[in-house]
Design a protein around this ligand. Structure first.
Ligand code: HEC
Ligand code: HEC
Length: 236
């Protein structure tokens, strides 16, 4: 190609990319209020963001992809482990992650700070970010292993959706609560059902918050499924 041809190719290529880039940037900015639910950005959300900054959560975590890649991205953590999960992790990380190879420090948050932070994480979790950065959906950690090639029983499926972001079986699942490989040696189905509704009725010192918003039928099915987990066996 002649020099002149190369020059025009460069010029046209650069200019058209620039126009496209500016156009898309403008288009995104036009939609920001809708994508971020700006009307829900209230004082508590702002206070939570301030806690996030004051405590430097970004030193280890990313949010919307920004921050440090030591610990999980927290963009959708509200959807993943809920208000109770966030409270447990932030208030008692030494207990929640006692067996983990990586540690989260106890940053000494007050009740008010946790409530504000939760509002901030809930708001962030509802931003329409075109699923970027990729997140673990609720139950996703569990699906990888539990359902590989099998049709799950109702109890296993409900466990996967409602409990596995905190509890694991066969090495799959979350580590916020204890693993359940041998839970059937400790509790009967009825006790597991009651524990999920009201943990302190079974263990007065329990850190787990009552599970809400799950049908009784599903909780009973989960109790049956978990009571079948004995001596490391797989009661799918
Ligand atoms: C020194 C590093 C560090 C700092 C600072 C830190 N965390 Fe963490 N956090 C971690 C690690 C590591 C984990 C995951 C531990 C594991 O999975 O074994 C974690 C996990 C979490 C989780 C659970 C994530 C999930 O997907 O289950 C939440 C919620 C969380 N942190 C919130 C916070 C908040 C809020 C702050 C600031 C107040 C904060 N963290 C500050 C290291 C940190
Ligand atoms: C937000 C995280 C979280 C979710 C979700 C969760 N749990 Fe828990 N669970 C915990 C924690 C933390 C403990 C440990 C409590 C303690 O020992 O203080 C626990 C403990 C338990 C125990 C007692 C285990 C033992 O060895 O004594 C049972 C039973 C239990 N959970 C059942 C369930 C069921 C069933 C579900 C789903 C319907 C569920 N949990 C969902 C966090 C969670």
């Amino acid at each position: 190609m002649a020099n002149k041809g190369a020059f025009y190719l460069f010029l046209i290529g650069t200019l058209s990319s620039l126009v496209l880039f500016l156009g898309l940037t403008w288009d995104t900015h036009r939609q920001v209020d809708a994508l971020t639910n700006a009307e829900k950005l209230d004082d508590q959300v702002v206070a939570g963001k301030r806690v996030w900054e004051k405590k430097n959560c970004n030193n280890c975590h990313t949010i919307l992809g920004f921050g440090v890649y030591y610990a999980p991205d927290l963009t959708r953590v509200y959807q993943r482990i809920g208000e109770n999960g966030i409270r447990l992790v932030v208030m008692e990380p030494e207990r929640v992650y006692a067996d983990s190879f990586r540690k989260m420090p106890n940053l000494g948050l007050t009740e008010q700070e946790v409530a504000d932070l939760t509002a901030f994480l809930e708001w962030t979790g509802n931003i329409d970010n075109n699923e970027w950065p990729p997140q673990d959906r609720p139950g996703k950690r569990a699906e990888r292993r539990l359902s590989a090639g099998f049709t799950l029983s109702a109890g296993a499926a409900a466990f996967q959706t409602n409990c596995m972001n905190c509890h694991a079986i066969g090495g799959a699942g979350g580590s916020i609560g204890p693993a359940f490989d041998n839970l059937g040696d400790k509790y009967r189905a009825e006790e597991i059902f009651r524990y999920s509704r009201d943990p302190r009725s079974i263990d007065p010192d329990s850190l787990m918050m009552p599970v809400t918003g799950v049908a009784e039928e599903d909780l009973r099915a989960i109790g049956g499924f978990l009571a079948g987990q004995k001596g490391g066996g797989n009661g799918n």
